[in-house]
Design a binder for this molecule. Structure first.
Ligand code: FDP
Length: 334
C-alpha cells in the first residue's frame, strides 16, 4: 500500500480532486455529492443518541425489513444530494422499491446504493456504512443497473467508525479518504492491496447447520489448518462494510453462504456484493457467489440477493474450487 499524504503533510488531496484527476469532472461531481451526504450521515450517527435518532422509523422497506430512522435519513440525504448532480440520471436504493428518476437530460450515470448497511447495529453504537456503485446510463434505468458488475464505472463505501473513511475505486486501484476536522474527506492511502492470504474468517456461524455441506467442510478446512497450515481466527461484526474493511486491510475471507431459509443468501447483488467485489478485485482480492465470479453475475432484479464469499485470493480460490468440485460431483451422480 502506498501511504498518501496526511493532514500533516504538505499536499492535501480531497475526494473531488482525486476523482477529477483520475476519472474526470463528471464522476468527481458524483463523488462530491456522496461525500457531502456521507459527512452529514456521519454527523447524524455520531449525535444520534442526543437527537432521538435511534430506533425504528415505523415502516418496512422493500426487503421486508424494519426501517430504522437513520436508514430513512441516509436514504433521503443521498437521494437529494445526487438529485442535484446533472450527470446523474437516477438512483436505485435498497430502501426504495423502484428507481428514482431525476429527469436530467443526457445524464451519464445511475448510482445504486445501500444508504446505511448493517443498520441492525445502529442502536448499539457499532459501525455501519454506505455502499454504492456507479454505472453508465444506457437506455432504461433498470437495464442500466442490471448489467454484470464488471461494467461498473466506479464503486465505494463509507465506513462510519471511530473515524469516517471512504474507500473507492474508479477502476484504477483502490484509495481511502478520511474525514477530517475541516469536514473534507482527504486522501490517506492509495494503491491499497489486500494480503494474498489473511489471518481471519468472518461469517455468522449461528447459521452453519443450514449451510450447504461444501461450505461447512470449507470452514472445517480453515479451522483445521488445511490452507497452508494457517490457523485462522474468527472475526464477525455483522455489519458488512466493517467486516469487509477489515478483510481488505488485513486479509482473510468474509462469507455469507446460502442457507436453508435463504437459498440465494442474504446480501444484495447490486448494492452490496458487486461494489465490494469491484473494490476487492482492484485491490488484488476476489469475490465469488460460490462457483462464479460476482462481477460476471447477470442480475434478474434490482433487489436480487446473492451468496457472497469475498476476500484474499487464496481463501476465495479454495472455496470456489470446492464448490465447483461439489457441483460436478452432483452432476455426475445425476
Ligand atoms: P443488517 O441486516 O444489519 O442491515 O445486509 C445487511 C446486513 O446487516 C449486513 O450488513 C451484514 O453483513 C448482514 O446483514 C448480517 O446478517 P446476519 O445478522 O444474518 O449475520
Amino acid at each position: 500500500m502506498t501511504k498518501a499524504m496526511t493532514m500533516t503533510g504538505t499536499k492535501i488531496v480531497t475526494i473531488e480532486e482525486y476523482v477529477a484527476a483520475s476519472a474526470g469532472a463528471e464522476l468527481a461531481e458524483v463523488f462530491g455529492a456522496i461525500a457531502r451526504a456521507g459527512r452529514q450521515i456521519e454527523r447524524k450517527i455520531r449525535l444520534a443518541g442526543l437527537s432521538d435518532l435511534y430506533g425504528a422509523y415505523g415502516a418496512v422497506n422493500v426487503q421486508g425489513e424494519q426501517q430504522q430512522k437513520l436508514d430513512v435519513f441516509a436514504n433521503d440525504l443521498l437521494t437529494e444530494e445526487l438529485r442535484g448532480v446533472a450527470c446523474v440520471a437516477a438512483i436505485v436504493s435498497e430502501e426504495d422499491e423502484a428507481p428514482v428518476v431525476f429527469g436530467h437530460a443526457d445524464a451519464a450515470f445511475v448510482v445504486v446504493f445501500d444508504p446505511l448497511d448493517g443498520s441492525s447495529n445502529i442502536d448499539v453504537n457499532v459501525n455501519v456504512g454506505t455502499i454504492f456503485s456507479v454505472v453508465k446510463m444506457e437506455g432504461e434505468v433498470v437495464a442500466s443497473v442490471m448489467k454484470p458488475g464488471r461494467e461498473q464505472v466506479a464503486a465505494g463505501y463509507v465506513l462510519y467508525g471511530p473515524s469516517a473513511v471512504m474507500v473507492l475505486t474508479t477502476g484504477a486501484g483502490v484509495a481511502a479518504f478520511t474525514l477530517g476536522e475541516d469536514e473534507r474527506f482527504v486522501l490517506t492511502a492509495e494503491g491499497l492491496r489486500m494480503p494474498k492470504q489473511g489471518p481471519y474468517y468472518s461469517a455468522n456461524e449461528a447459521n452453519v447447520a443450514s449451510w450447504p455441506a461444501v461450505y461447512r467442510e470449507y470452514l472445517q478446512m480453515l479451522l483445521g489448518g488445511g490452507l497452508g497450515g494457517r490457523r485462522y481466527g474468527a472475526r464477525y461484526i455483522g455489519s458488512l462494510v466493517a467486516d469487509f474493511h477489515r478483510t481488505l486491510l488485513k486479509g482473510g475471507v468474509f462469507l455469507y453462504p446460502p442457507t436453508e431459509k435463504a437459498l440465494k443468501g442474504k446480501l444484495r447483488l447490486l448494492y452490496e456484493a458487486s461494489p465490494l467485489a469491484m473494490i476487492a478485485e482492484q485491490a488484488g482480492g476476489a469475490a465469488v457467489d460460490g462457483a462464479g465470479r460476482i462481477l460476471e453475475v447477470q442480475a434478474e432484479g434490482i433487489h436480487e440477493r446473492t451468496p457472497l464469499v469475498i476476500g484474499s485470493r487464496c481463501e476465495v480460490a479454495a472455496l470456489q474450487k470446492a464448490v465447483v468440485a461439489a457441483l460436478s460431483a452432483t452432476m455426475e451422480e445425476e
